[in-house]
Design a protein around this ligand. Structure first.
Ligand code: WT7
Length: 657
C-alpha cells in the first residue's frame, strides 16, 4: 500500500464514543468474557454455539479443514433447518407465540402468524412441493414479494432438503432465467404480483418470460411454476406447468414428518455480483450456517425472545433477509415484523408508524435508508413514539459518522447502542461488529471481529499491518457460516477468495486499524482511488461531504486523470432545506473536503445531482458515475432500480460543473 498517513490522520479525529448504558450492559447476552473464551478454544466456542440448535445426531468433529479451502463443520451431525426454526418451538409450548407481525403495503392488510400456524403452512407447502416432484437435493427458485409465503416457501424447501435460490422480486426476467439455469431449478415459486407504492405490480409475466428463455437453453428444466395469488390481477396460465398455491398448498396436509440431513447438506444458493459479469452462486450449507445465523442474531442484537419485537427491513431476496429475517430470528424463536412495501408508502413516516404500532425494540436497516430519512427531515420520525427501541443496527456499506449519530439520536432517542455490522453474502453471518453491551462504539467503525471470528488487516504481502495503518480485510480462520463454494465452480471459489494470500479469506474490502486496533471498513478495494500516489477512500470523501450541513447524500469515484493518475469526482444530492445550495456551493464543498481530510482529497469535480444510480439493493453503482466523470458513454444500466436516473444525472453534470 502506498502512503496513506493523511487519510489515517483524519480517522484519528473522530473523538465521539458511545458506551452502552449500565442497565444494557448488565443484561447483555454477550459479555466481554466471550472474546476470551473464543480465543482460548475457538472450536469449543463454536460447538457451544451449535448447541443452540436441535441436532438429531450429534457431530463427531467440530471442523474438518483437511482440504482447505473446502470446510466441513460439525462433521457427522444431522439436523433439519425447518425443524429448528419452527417445529421445536411448537413442541416447547410456544405455538401461540407470534413469529411474524406481517404488514402489507395496503394499510389495512396485516396478519399475525404464530409459530403453530407457521408450522402448519410449512408442512403443507412441503407436502405440496413433494407432490410436484421436488425431492432432496433438487433446486427450487423463489421469486416472491415480501409476503408470508416467501418465508413459508424457503422453510418448506429446507424441510425437504431442496436448496432454494431466492431471486429478488425487483430483478428482471433475464436475471431470473440466468439464475434458474445456473443452479438448475426445476420449480419456480412466484406470485401474480405484489404491492409497490400503492399499486399492484406484476411478477408472473417476468417468470413466464424467464421460463421461455430457460426453455431455449435447457428444454424441460423448469417443470412447475407455483403461483401465489396476492393481487388478484390477471395472469397468463399454462395448464401443464402452472399451479395455484392456494389450490396445491391450501389443500395439502398440515402433517409432514421431516427428514434430518447432514450438517453439510446444501441449504441455499444466493447469487451476488462479482467483478465479472456473471453472478456468483454463493453456497451455504445447513449446520454451520444456522449456527452462525442463530449465534449472531442472539448476541449482536441482544435478542430476548420473550420480550423483544425485532424488525429487519431487508428484502428476503438478499442475504440479510435470509440470515436476519428468516433463519436467525426463527431459530431463536423471535417475534419479528415483516413489511411488504416501501418506506414512503403511503407516507414518509410509514416505518416509524410500524415501529410505534408493534412496539419494535430492535431495528436493523441500511445506511442508505438512514441517509434518505435524514434528507426527509427530523419532523417525520419525531411525530411517532419510538421509545420502545432499545437497539439499532446498520449493514451493507460503511456508515458515515453523521448518519450514525443521526440514527442514534433521532431514531434511537440517544439511548440505543448502534451496531455497525460488517459481513457479506459469502460470510453468511455478521463478522465484525460492536458488542452492544460491551463496546464503546465509535461512529463509522465496525470495531472488532466478534468472538469466534479471526479477522485482520494485511498489506500487499499478506502481513498483518500495525495499528494505525490500512490494508486489505481478511479472515484468518474458517468459521461455521462461511460459504462452502460457488455453485458449480470450485475453481472460481478458490481463485476469488483464497488465492491472494495462502490460507486467508480475502473479503475484497479495504480497511484500516486505528490506533486502538479498531477496524474501519473503507469499502471495496475497487473503490479505492490512487491520487498522486496517495490512497484515498471514496467512502471517506463521501463521509466528509455528507458532514456538510447542505449535503444529503454523496457518491465519489476515481476518474482517470493524466496528471495525477486518478482524480476525485463527487456527485452530491443537496438537502431539501438547502435549496440550490447557493452560487458558490461547489467551491464551498471542495473547501469543506479539504478541511475535513486534506487538500489531497479535494474533488476535482463536484456535480450537484437530483438522484444517485442505485441497484435495487441500494448500492450506488459507481461504475456508471465513473462513466459520467470520464465523459464516456454510460454503460449497462439494467441493474439500476430506476434506469432513468442516469439521464437526470447527465443533465445535472452538464449544467453544474
Ligand atoms: C459488502 C458485502 C452483509 C449483508 C449486506 C451486503 C459492504 C457490508 C458493511 C459495513 C462497511 C459493509 C462491504 C462488503 N459492507 N456491511 N457494516 N461496513 N461495509 O452484502 O451484498 O454481500 O455486500 O458490503 O463492502 O464486502 P453483500
Amino acid at each position: 500500500m502506498s502512503d496513506n498517513t493523511e487519510t489515517l490522520a483524519n480517522l484519528g479525529t473522530e473523538e465521539r464514543r458511545f458506551a452502552p448504558s449500565a442497565d444494557f450492559a448488565a443484561n447483555a447476552n454477550l459479555t466481554a468474557e466471550a472474546y476470551e473464551e473464543a480465543a482460548a478454544d475457538r472450536l469449543a466456542f463454536w460447538e457451544k454455539q451449535a448447541d443452540r440448535l436441535s441436532w438429531e445426531t450429534r457431530w463427531t468433529q467440530a471442523l474438518d479443514w483437511s482440504n482447505p479451502p473446502f470446510a466441513k463443520w460439525f462433521v457427522g451431525g444431522k439436523l433439519n433447518a425447518a425443524y429448528n426454526c419452527v417445529d421445536r418451538h411448537v413442541e416447547d409450548g410456544a405455538g401461540d407465540k407470534v413469529a411474524f407481525h406481517w404488514v402489507g403495503e395496503p394499510e389495512d392488510d396485516t396478519r399475525d402468524i404464530t409459530y403453530a400456524q407457521l408450522k402448519d403452512e410449512v408442512c403443507q407447502a412441503a407436502n405440496a412441493l413433494a407432490e410436484l416432484g421436488v425431492g432432496t437435493g433438487d433446486r427450487v427458485a423463489i421469486y416472491l414479494p415480501m409476503i408470508p409465503e416467501a418465508v413459508v416457501a424457503m422453510l418448506a424447501c429446507a424441510r425437504l432438503g431442496a436448496p432454494h435460490t431466492v431471486v429478488f422480486g425487483g430483478f428482471s426476467a433475464e436475471a431470473l432465467s440466468s439464475r434458474v439455469l445456473d443452479c438448475g431449478a426445476k420449480v419456480i415459486i412466484t406470485a401474480d404480483g405484489g404491492y409497490r407504492r400503492g399499486a399492484a405490480s406484476a411478477l408472473k409475466p417476468a417468470v413466464d418470460e424467464a421460463v421461455t428463455k430457460v426453455e431455449a437453453e435447457q428444454p424441460g428444466l423448469v417443470e412447475k411454476v407455483l403461483v401465489v395469488r396476492r393481487t388478484g390481477q390477471d395472469v397468463a396460465w399454462d395448464e401443464s406447468r402452472d399451479v395455484w398455491w392456494h389450490e396445491s398448498v391450501g389443500n395439502a396436509s398440515t402433517e409432514h414428518a421431516c427428514e434430518f440431513f447432514d450438517a453439510e447438506h446444501p441449504l441455499y444458493v444466493m447469487y451476488t455480483s462479482g467483478t465479472t459479469g456473471k453472478p456468483k452462486g454463493i453456497l451455504h450449507t445447513t449446520g454451520g450456517y444456522l449456527t452462525g445465523a442463530a449465534y449472531t442474531h442472539w448476541g449482536i442484537f441482544d435478542l430476548k425472545p420473550n420480550s423483544d419485537v425485532y424488525w429487519c427491513t431487508a428484502d428476503i431476496g438478499w442475504v440479510t433477509g435470509h440470515s436476519y429475517m428468516v433463519y436467525g430470528p426463527l431459530a431463536n424463536q423471535a417475534t419479528s415484523v415483516m413489511y411488504e412495501g416501501t418506506p414512503d408508502s403511503p407516507h414518509k413516516g410509514r416505518w416509524w408508524e410500524i415501529v410505534q404500532k408493534y412496539g419494535v425494540t430492535i431495528f436493523y436497516t441500511a445506511p442508505t435508508a438512514i441517509r434518505t430519512f435524514m434528507k426527509w427531515g427530523d419532523e417525520i420520525p419525531n411525530k411517532f413514539d419510538m421509545s420502545s427501541l432499545r437497539l439499532l443496527g446498520s449493514v451493507g456499506e460503511p456508515i458515515n459518522p453523521e448518519a450514525y449519530v443521526w440514527y442514534r439520536e433521532t431514531i434511537g432517542g440517544g439511548r440505543t447502542p448502534v451496531v455497525d455490522t460488517w459481513w457479506q453474502t459469502e460470510t453468511g453471518a455478521i463478522m465484525i461488529s460492536p458488542l452492544p453491551g460491551v463496546t464503546h462504539a465509535k461512529p463509522g467503525s465496525a470495531m472488532k471481529a466478534i468472538p469466534g471470528i479471526v479477522a485482520d488487516v494485511v498489506n500487499d504481502e499478506g502481513q498483518s499491518v500495525p495499528d494505525g495503518s490500512g490494508g486489505y480485510l481478511v479472515i484468518r480462520e474458517p468459521w461455521p457460516s462461511m460459504l462452502r463454494t460457488l455453485w458449480g465452480d470450485d475453481e472460481r471459489f478458490k481463485e476469488t477468495y483464497w488465492s491472494r494470500w495462502e490460507g486467508m479469506y480475502f473479503a475484497g474490502d479495504g480497511a484500516k486499524k486505528d490506533v486502538d486496533g479498531d477496524v474501519w471498513v473503507l469499502g471495496r478495494v475497487d473503490d479505492v482511488m490512487n491520487v498522486s500516489g496517495h490512497r484515498l477512500s471514496t467512502t471517506e470523501i463521501e463521509s466528509a461531504l455528507v458532514s456538510h450541513p447542505k449535503v444529503a447524500e454523496a457518491a465519489v469515484v476515481g476518474a482517470t486523470d493524466e496528471m495525477t493518475g486518478q482524480a476525485v469526482c463527487a456527485f452530491v444530492i443537496l438537502r431539501e432545506s438547502a435549496g440550490d445550495g447557493g452560487a458558490d456551493i461547489v467551491q464551498e464543498l471542495r473547501d469543506h473536503v479539504a478541511k475535513e481530510i486534506g487538500a489531497i482529497a479535494k474533488p476535482r469535480q463536484i456535480m450537484i445531482v437530483p438522484e444517485l444510480p442505485k441497484t435495487r439493493s441500494g448500492k450506488i453503482m459507481r461504475r456508471l458515475l465513473r462513466d459520467v466523470a470520464e465523459n464516456r458513454e454510460v454503460g449497462d444500466v439494467t441493474t439500476l432500480a430506476d434506469s432513468t436516473v442516469m439521464d437526470l444525472i447527465k443533465e445535472g453534470a452538464a449544467t453544474s460543473t
